[in-house]
Design a protein around this ligand. Structure first.
Ligand SMILES: C[S@@+](CC[C@H](N)C(=O)[O-])C[C@H]1O[C@@H](n2cnc3c(N)ncnc32)[C@H](O)[C@@H]1O
Length: 443
């Protein structure tokens, strides 16, 4: 018998287990009687469930599983309001089965665990009271599902039907409505139409302006459909060869609002998905940095320029802001959006390559808002070398944040405050804003 034959798939095996703590990624940890670790979705800490294996082999110490039967339910459990949520169904929402308060508590536990394990920090040491706050002004009557997704990427099956991807799968859960989609997205009715020859259709409903956009990605060789939408909507197409985005009709951008300004976001550029996210984060960053007139600031990974704009507003005519962003289109948008600030400059390129070449050796304030991977050791070292009096780190991945906070500590910066926001209700995702300052003030 070959080694390969000895290894068997455990998919479909069932284990009765007690559910332990929540882990980074939205699943909970459980242990089987034979000493394996299960990462269980659709469960809550303290429950007893039957978990069915979804990934893993006979020689794996770690297996993925779904709770298919709840034997002893947590008091935090509710029936999932969405008919497409549950084992083997849509992969979009992890925690439809948890009360909103419990979702935030679980997110807080994950942040606390990552801080401890990767940065050696307790919540007190990070200046965090342990709470996870909803987005600014996000007040919902109990029992209602928040309709927060202003951008939804629908996957299209071979027959042209729209749905959402299943968890860790290319398979599609066909849907006729996404409960967490913003009203402007639902109004486009993407799920109700046929999309022959398309691979995916993204629907965007800008929250500040009412602009609507549909981004079509055809299958290889697929022709564009006639888009029949009874709303004024711009349509973009993603090029098969190079992933470039082209205008089909309407404006090649949507207009968003943040901190009282209008921002143009073109051709698939980054914008926070929750309608209150940009304002929530700007407020937390500005409260943490307390910019003063005449200061010099950096906005790293600046996208279309929201923090650069908010800083420029507060630093006045004698202040200056340098933004760095890798995506050419976002750089064009940032330059357009901030054209009324003569002392704002936006450089195009990767932060790790551009920042060392700027010749900047000192600045007063830094905002960094990197993608999920975080900034990394070299970039953190470079930022710490600029002797900023405060640094604001905006993070969508608490593990990457904690790793980078440890690098900041190695380079003489300590966390002064941490705030944690639930900008992605019903999912395990969470957003953090850490404010750092030199460990020895004046050093
Ligand atoms: C989380 S978004 C933040 C954008 C902006 N701060 C906002 O909130 O709208 C991260 C941005 O970093 C850009 N990016 C990713 N890797 C980068 C890198 N190595 N250097 C510079 N920008 C990068 C992405 O294109 C994206 O616009």
């Amino acid at each position: 018998m070959t080694e390969q034959n000895e290894k068997q798939s455990l998919v479909g095996e069932e284990y009765e287990v007690e559910i332990g703590p929540v882990a980074h990624g939205g699943h909970c940890i459980a242990r089987t009687a034979d000493g394996r670790v299960l990462f269980v979705r659709h469960a809550l800490p303290g429950e007893k469930v039957v978990a069915r294996v979804t990934e893993g082999e006979s020689d794996s110490r770690f297996l993925r599983a779904d709770a298919i039967t709840v034997l002893d339910a947590s008091k935090d459990r509710v029936p999932a309001p969405c008919p497409y949520a549950g084992p083997g169904k849509c992969g979009g929402c992890d925690w439809q089965h948890a009360k909103p308060g419990a979702q935030r508590r679980l997110k807080g536990e994950v942040v606390a665990e990552q801080l401890k394990r990767l940065a050696g920090l307790t919540p007190e040491e990070a200046g965090w009271d342990g709470t996870v706050m909803p987005a600014e002004g996000d007040k919902l009557p109990a029992g209602q599902v928040p309709q927060w997704r202003t951008r939804v990427q629908f996957a299209i099956d071979e027959d042209g039907n729209a749905g959402l991807r299943k968890h860790r799968s290319h398979d599609i859960e066909l849907i006729d409505h996404c409960m967490i989609a913003a009203p402007g997205v639902s109004e486009l009715g993407i799920e109700k139409q046929d999309w022959p020859q398309m691979a995916s259709v993204e629907a965007i409903a800008a929250s500040g302006s009412g602009d609507r956009q549909v981004v079509l990605t055809p299958r290889p060789g697929g022709r564009l459909p006639l888009v029949e939408l009874d709303k004024p909507v711009s349509v973009l197409r993603v090029e098969e060869k190079d992933g470039g985005v082209h205008r089909v009709h309407g404006r090649p951008f949507v207009r968003e609002r943040a901190d009282g300004r209008t921002y143009r976001v073109g051709m698939g550029g980054f914008w926070q998905v929750h309608p209150q996210a940009a304002d929530t984060l700007i407020k937390a960053v500005m409260q943490g940095l307390m910019p003063r007139k005449g200061e010099m600031a950096l906005d790293l990974y600046c996208g279309v320029g929201i923090f650069a704009g908010a800083l420029a507003e507060r630093l006045g005519d004698t202040g200056a802001v340098l933004g760095i962003e890798t995506t050419k289109r976002a750089v064009e948008d940032a330059r357009h959006n901030l054209a009324d600030f003569p002392r704002v400059r936006i450089e195009q390129g990767k932060v790790e390559a551009v920042l060392p070449k700027t010749g900047i050796t000192e600045c007063d304030l830094v905002v960094l808002d990197p993608p999920r991977a975080g900034a990394g050791k070299q970039t953190v070292r470079h930022i710490a070398g600029l002797s900023a009096r405060r640094v604001a780190y905006v993070a969508c991945d608490p593990a990457a944040l904690a790793r980078d906070l440890a690098y900041f500590a190695d380079n003489g910066y300590k966390v002064r405050t941490l705030r944690v926001f639930d900008l992605f209700p019903m999912t395990h995702h969470v957003e953090c804003v850490a404010i750092l300052e030199p460990a020895e003030k004046g050093a």
